[in-house]
Every structure is written in C-alpha cells, then in structure tokens.
Design a binder for this molecule. Sequence first.
Ligand code: S3P
Length: 437
Amino acid sequence: MAAASLLTARPGAALSGTVTAPGDKSVSHRALILGGMAEGVTEIEGLLEGEDILATARAVAAFGARVARLGPGQWIVTGQGGFRQPDSVIDCGNAGTGVRLLIGAAAGYPVTVTFDGDASLRKRPMKRITGPLTGMGARFEWQDDPDRLPLRLTGGKLKGLTFTQAVASAQVKSALLLAGLNASGDTDITEPERSRDHTERMLRAFGAAVRVREEGQGWRMRLAGGQRLSGTPVSVPGDPSSAAFPLAAGLIVPGSAVTVENVMLNPLRTGLFDTWREMGADLEVTNRRESGGETVGDITARYSSLTGVVVPEARAASMIDEYPILAATAAFASGRTVMRGIGEMRVKESDRIALMARGLMACGVTVEEEPEGLIVTGGPVQGGATIETAHDHRIAMSHLVLGLAAARPVTVRDAEMIATSFPGFVALMQGLGADIG
Ligand code: S3P
C-alpha cells in the first residue's frame, strides 16, 4: 500500500464466510519481550506480524536476544537471561504498548538507552510510566517535554514500589511488573478496575510468581524482585480487538453472517461482545476451547436489529480499544448509545473521542461529544465522506466498516496505518464479500 493511501468502502451485498482472527497484539508484544528477558528458547506460534509487533521484535533483538522468523506467525526468541546494552536508538514506531512495556523491562537492567517513535507516539503521555519507574530508581532524560518521547533511560539497581493507579492501565501495570522482576523487594500495584491480565498470565508461564487478589475497591498485584524467567512455548490466540471489525460488519450489513475463528475470550477483553449482546446483537460462540493458557472460540455475527444502550463505565478497561467500532455500529442502532468514563480514548493512537465524533458527523450521524464521553444516536447513515484518521488504524477500520452499510461510500485517509495491527484486513474483508479497495 502506498504511503498516505486512501481506501474506500462501498455499500453492497450481504457478507458471508469464515475467517481467522490475526494474532492478539497485546499477547504478541509480551511474548517477544518476555522471551527476550528470559534465559533460553521461546517458540511463538500465531504471532501477529503487524508493524507494531515487528518494531518490538527489532527492539528485543537490539537488546541482545536472537530473534528469528521460521514461517508465518512462527518465531523463535533466544534470550540471554536479560537485556544487554543496545548500540542504537530503540524506535517503537506507532506502538504505545511496545514502548511502554520495553521501557519497563529495560529499566531493570544496567543499560542506557534512548526510546523513540513515530509522530503519533511522540504525542502520547509517558509520565504514567516514567513517574513510577523513577520512584523505583530508574533515571530519565528528555529531549523537550518530560512527558513525551524521545527519552533516554538509565536502568538498573531498582527497588520495588507500592503504587496505586488512578485509572486502570495494563500498560502501566505491565511496565512496573517487568521492572519489578529485577528490583530488590516487592512491587505492589493496585488498580481500580481489573485491566487485561496477559502479563500476569505470561509471567507465570515463564516461571515467575505473581500474586493477584481482589481488595477493597480494586485489584492488587504483588511480585517479588529477583525472579528469573525461562523461555517457554507461547501460542498467541486471535485478537478480539481485530475480530471486532469483521464481526461488526456482519451485524450491520443486511443479510450477513460472518464467522471469525480462534478469538480470545479472556473476560478482561470481551466487554464489546457483552455490550453488543445488550444491544440485541445475534452473536454466537461455538467451539469454545483452551489454547495457550486462554479460552478461545469461534464467533458468528448475524445481521441484527440493534438498540442503543448505556455502556457501564466500569466496563471501559475491558473494551477500551473497541469504542470506535462500537460507535460505528451504534450509528445503525435505534436510539442513543451512551459511552462515558472513556477519557483514556483521548490519549490513544489519536484522540479517538474527537476523531470518531468528527467522522460520524461527516457521515450524517448525530453525535454528542463530552470531555470523557461520546453519545451516538442511531439513524440513517449517509456516508459519502472522506475521513481524517490522524494515522490511527482503528479509526480507519471503524469508518470502513461503517461505509459497508451506509447509503454512500466512505473513504479513509492514511489507510496504510491499518497494517500496524491488522495487516490482512482488506483482503480478509474482501474475502467476506466486502467492497473495499
Ligand atoms: C494494552 C493496553 C491498553 C490498550 C492497548 C493495549 C496492553 O492500553 O489500549 O491497545 O497490551 O497492555 P492502556 O493500558 O494504556 O489502557
């Protein structure tokens, strides 16, 4: 795909067929990073080969691990039992998860390293990571702004930290747990809602002990410092955040039935599916099974008459990346869909509240934007617009899916960014019968 490319979705016939979800982005980042920190061999199958993950693979290699691709989704990481001093800047591209987890992991080792990213990543807040890591003893220097990349980390000689997060963030929790592995004493983190637990699960698979318990109003994770990781096989389940796009198309294009196989059903990731069901979506899960330490299943979405709902705010952590596609499907529901308590959406790959509000309004949808919320009133969706995506993959895919069911085609800018999380998106959608090109 050419740089700054345009893609157009045109309304057309019903979609049908069965596709496989690409590997989960969160699990893929963690498999590479923990593999790089561990001693020995980590064989990964089903790795997402999106741009974000390839940047993490390069970073892990720069930190001294041997990283090899054996075939599609099949990778081997041979770690040396710790990160070594890299001889270049670590460029994480567009990946917020990649850079934040890598900063946390690297902070535990005696390295001095500069982290950087693309224009979008340079706009994203980093103090949420560097603040508590400074409390553990890591040192940071900044080029311009103490909350932004590029930044230079000097790690090593950390001590554990007791830390309470104001907003549940798996990236912050994971960065601190990875740093805590090489700290003296315990690292103890409390979060107000439970965020995705892939790091805790994977640390255990690599041989580390993490205690998790519900306490008072939140969740508390405790990890003892000085634990070693040993390489282990990792099977990456399909990404529910990516599966959401073809499933959404199945729900809103009349007459459709779309099945996505091998979707991870970790309850800390499936808030969107719960919300769609409350809206009246015909979603069927079959072939539920265990794979690589996670429950996975095949999900079929059939065209449904949807009704707006109020999404519980406590659900935000379990679907934070899914509000853009929820907003797109809410445009076809009867009544209002109220999404609140989602201020974090403004500091993702773009300001997703603003971008979705603007894009949906350009397509003729009634939207109310709030500082930490978005309210979509369903009705006839005109389409016929060209959408600014601010280089955000999920804004692009959400509007393309909307265009499949709108009255007129919808075009998105910067469509090449879709490859950061879902490299096969266009071909997969075309295989279901979608007119995207
Ligand atoms: C992620 C956590 C979420 C999510 C991101 C992936 C992770 O971010 O938005 O796409 O893999 O830990 P926050 O933890 O900042 O909410």
